[in-house]
Design a protein around this ligand. Structure first.
Ligand code: HXC
Length: 259
């Protein structure tokens, strides 16, 4: 897979997608969104890929949507131009495999919102998070007003959205915005370690568990519990369920095939 604004590497079932516009701190323009959407579809269809890492490398995750590209847009332009980000973020969030965001340096605006589409966020100790859109006279339009409150609660999300202030990796950990903080030079190693752990599990079980959490967040508790029960039952039709339970009884590690 060859792209201009992202680099994709696949190694031992783990795909690493690296944002690659270093001159503008990985600012996200429509080309980036289109390439992210494309890679989400392609990696989703590639059965050899069992987990995905999204990163900006070791200096910066992404300083947000490209302000220079947005500055002269009209309301009509925006109604159209917002579609690539919506499409990319929805495709990433709904991938049938685990997605880990590995974040160093700034994750601002659309960059922060991109991390919210991942299942798990690992931050380098130098990471900074923020939704500074309010300082530009706009609001977080890449899911920040929706995914962030669902993740960290409305009160803290509103403080970040209304102030535009940045928070450190440690503060992000404290409020539940990230799962883990690691030394900057360990970021990709830690992300790969976690990705490998997920990749060794049954792929169908991971997909359905992800679906239960994501879909469940859109349902009331009763509906969510019913959905979970159906997915639970469905897994008893997989070879992985037979293998997982057989391996337990035989006191050995399971060898899941993802079917
Ligand atoms: C375009 C950007 C950019 C951005 C940085 N650059 N952020 N270009 N869009 N979002 C460019 C700068 O213009 C500069 O290019 C180069 O990257 C380096 O940035 P500096 O500002 O010189 O670096 P520094 O002084 O270290 O400051 C870093 C920073 C600052 C604090 C991250 O760049 C900053 O505040 N950036 C904007 C952050 C922001 O407001 N993000 C939200 C965007 S709105 P030149 O050529 O001048 O050297 C948004 C909406 C989402 O994300 C909508 C849905 C997806």
């Amino acid at each position: 897979m060859t792209y201009e604004t992202i680099i994709v590497e696949i190694e031992e079932g783990i795909a690493t997608v690296t944002l690659n516009r270093p001159d503008v701190l990985n600012a996200l323009n429509s080309q980036v969104f289109n390439e992210l959407a494309d890679v989400a579809v392609n990696l989703g269809e590639d059965d050899s890929v069992r987990a995905v890492i999204i990163t900006g490398g070791d200096k910066v995750f992404a300083a947000g949507a490209d302000i220079k590209a947005m500055a002269s847009l009209t309301a009509v332009d925006v109604a159209a131009s917002v579609r690539p980000s919506l499409r990319a973020f929805n495709l990433l969030e709904n991938m049938h495999k685990p997605v880990i965001a590995a974040i160093a340096g700034y994750a601002l605006g659309g960059g922060c919102e991109l991390t919210l589409t991942a299942d798990v966020r690992i931050a380098a100790d130098n990471a900074q998070f923020g939704l500074p859109e309010i300082k530009l006279g706009i609001l977080p339009g890449g899911g920040g007003t929706q995914r962030l409150p669902r993740l960290i609660g409305a009160g803290k999300a509103k403080e970040l959205i209304f102030s535009g202030d940045f928070i450190s990796a440690e503060e992000a950990l404290r409020v539940g915005l990230v799962n883990k903080v690691v030394p900057a030079d360990q970021l990709l190693t830690e992300a790969k370690k976690m990705a490998k752990k997920f990749a060794a599990r049954g792929a169908v079980a991971i997909y359905l568990a992800k679906s239960c959490v994501n879909e469940g967040l859109r349902m009331d508790l009763e509906m969510g519990l019913q959905y979970e029960h159906k997915c639970f039952g469905l897994l008893f039709a997989t070879e992985d369920q037979k293998e997982g339970m057989k391996a337990f009884i035989e006191k050995r590690k399971p060898n899941f095939q993802g079917k």
